[in-house]
Design a protein around this ligand. Structure first.
Ligand SMILES: C[S@@+](CC[C@H](N)C(=O)[O-])C[C@H]1O[C@@H](n2cnc3c(N)ncnc32)[C@H](O)[C@@H]1O
Length: 223
């Protein structure tokens, strides 16, 4: 079973976000164990403070090293890699999700908040990951995004067939899907999908993936 530890100041929202649908099933089926830890519990300050003003002056509060580093040290088990969530990290993508899912490594994700981390935190982590070029208030949503994208790729979580043509799995976007009714306000399902001819359907979907990728994400084809 894969183990994931999340260090945060806001454990309850993460618990809710990871406790439904496919991720909840993966936890129930013991494909993954997700432990959410509030690093304030590790603060040695008598008021359980976890942040302070920054040296040199400037706005906002910076997370102090002691509670986070103690929480990392106490909860990091063998075979576990530590990921720091930061807008300044490497941009997360499906390739990284696949790599983390395939590796046998357990993971620890560290969520920042306020002005972010004391820069020396870098000495205590293995990766720094950003979920995109924008700044959020905290690392809680990024942690859930990273965890969700990895857990759904773990063996026995989702049928392998469902993952086969997914967007970004092979440079291409997924093909267009249709369901009932065949005609909705005059918008019709392509005839070939109703033909029952599996070879033709496969060809149609292949072309559809390529056409869509060229139109919507030509950058993927250039990679
Ligand atoms: C307000 S942000 C700090 C931003 C920092 N002062 C900067 O400008 O680079 C607080 C925390 O949210 C998280 N965060 C915000 N945006 C993120 C992103 N795009 N990817 C990953 N984590 C992010 C990080 O954990 C960060 O420490």
């Amino acid at each position: 079973m894969r183990k994931i530890v999340i260090l945060t100041l806001f454990d309850k929202p993460i618990q809710q976000l990871l406790n439904f649908s496919i991720i909840k099933n993966a936890i129930t089926k013991k494909i993954v164990e997700i432990k959410i830890i509030n690093f304030r519990d590790y603060s040695k300050d008598k008021h359980k403070k976890v942040d302070d003003y920054q040296y040199g002056g400037g706005p906002g509060m910076v997370l102090t090293l002691q509670p986070i580093v103690d929480a990392i040290k106490k909860n990091k088990t063998k075979n576990m890699e530590v990921i720091l969530l930061s807008p300044q990290g490497n941009t997360y993508d499906q390739k990284m999700a696949n790599k983390f899912a395939k590796s046998k490594k357990n993971l620890m994700l560290v969520c920042g908040h306020y002005e972010g981390f004391d820069a020396r935190i870098i000495n205590f982590v293995d990766h720094v990951i950003s979920i995109g070029d924008y700044v959020l208030t905290g690392g809680e949503l990024p942690a859930c995004i990273v965890v969700d994208s990895i857990v759904r790729l773990l063996d026995s979580c989702i049928a392998k067939k469902s993952l086969l043509n997914e967007s970004f799995s092979k440079k291409l976007l997924d093909y267009d899907c249709y369901t009932k009714p065949k005609n909705f306000y005059g918008y019709k399902v392509p005839k070939v999908l109703l033909s029952g001819n599996h070879k033709l359907i496969e060809e149609f979907r292949k072309k559809n993936r390529l056409k869509k990728t060229k139109q919507l994400r030509p950058d993927l084809l250039r990679k």
